[in-house]
Write a protein that binds this ligand. Sequence first.
Ligand code: NAD
Length: 498
Amino acid sequence: MATIRHWIGGAWSAGSSDRTTPVWDPATGQQRAEVSLAGPAEVDAAVRAAAVAAESWAETSVAARTRVLFRFRDLVDRHAGDLARLITDEHGKVLSDARGEVQRGLEVVEFACGIGELLKGVYSDQVSSDVDAFTFRQQLGVVAGITPFNFPAMVPMWMHPVAIATGNTFVLKPSERVPSASGLVAELYAEAGLPSGVFNVVHGDRVAVDAILDHPDVAAVSFVGSTPIARYIHERAARAGKRVQALGGAKNHAVVLPDADLDFAAEQLVAAGFGSAGQRCMAISAVVAVGTAAEPLLKRISALAGQLPVGPGRDERSQLGPVISAQARQRILGAVGTAVEAGAELVLDGTGLRVPGHEEGFFVGPCVLDRVTPEMAAYREEIFGPVLCVLRVDTLDEALRLVNANPYGNGAALFTASGEAARTFHRRVQVGMVGVNVPIPVPMAYHSFGGWKDSLFGDRHVHGPEGVGFYTRAKAVTTRWPRSGATEAAPLSFPTSR
Ligand code: NAD
């Protein structure tokens, strides 16, 4: 049984902790490897390697840093298939979906290749006699990323290309359930010429996370995962004086008005609800059908979802793979059962699905629950599986009140043919990312990604301009170069410009 190791200071490291945890193949339900779980000693070794590298990396020119990123970009592109296969084997998502996540991660690398433009400061000439002022941004030092299972390549790539391009060094603690993609990324960085210690990977669970949060040499922490852990990370890292952005869970609504193209909306919602078996932070999990849209929409969604081919991610015929673990499968089946007990109607039932030849795999077929109400646990809690909840309301106003009352605020979408309704929606809805006739409005790499309310703790979104802001801090410099012969007394009163 292979043991997946850490990557510290430019080399593989077994570490000194003897704790490990299994890594599963969700399509077969079999263990495929084990991964080392770091303790404080491994985390300290990684942070020390990063701290040593930080001095020279911060002195490396923007051009030289960028050249490494350009080479890294080409290597990731060339190895996109390898990365996708690692993701599929450990996460379960179908290969085309895994390729898609690599591509979206790559776009952040491409954004980071243009970092010179974003690090340009601002300069004010002659703010006082012979005095000039400028402000520019500098890196923080050692920064860390702690990431979830559902995007083993993309979510870490929201962080490390921007952190590294801006001159920081990075310690990544990926999800212990999907550790392998990060190891390949580390090798590709090394091949691209990134100096040892600039990018490190420590695998682990809560023990490793706490060691990162408490380490005095970690200046900032980026986290993506579930809301309870995001809240915990934010509090503990902030208490330790660190800069922190902690992105949490989600309940993303799609409001469908009767004037929408319902064939189009149904197709989009099936893709957004069941792609990646519903295990995306931007998956649509609640459809809010307004007025007469409900019946025809539900009929179309159930028909389309009922035909989705479910199977192992490596099989090109599959559109829907397994969920991450046996426990996740049980939790999802439990959530569907509880909703039915509470009065919801299970109009498409995928709970009994078995995939021939993969009977031990963690599969759940598409489920559609109608007449879900805001009080039901299936609506209040993040199910994170292939389950679409349909709620019915009478007006757009009512739909907005419902969406805004939800504690999560990641994404929301509206399907309509009305510009007026779309404008009302995008202005009034209380979420960080809004789609109009776009069900998964994930911003491009040169914008920033992040939710509101319980979907983000901290005030900076990831990647794009806010990511650059997160990994840098501003310095304002005031310089005086008096003209020769100029003499001026220095008054004791507070300096003002003249
Ligand atoms: P998770 O919160 O269980 O784990 C995330 C990370 O935290 C992992 O690295 C894990 O090792 C670590 N962790 C787990 N328990 C911990 C604990 N008690 N103390 C300290 N660290 C701990 O999340 P997950 O199940 O891996 O991922 C799915 C969740 O992530 C969903 O809630 C999903 O909505 C969310 N997510 C959010 C976004 C976003 O952009 N907002 C993106 C992707 C995923």
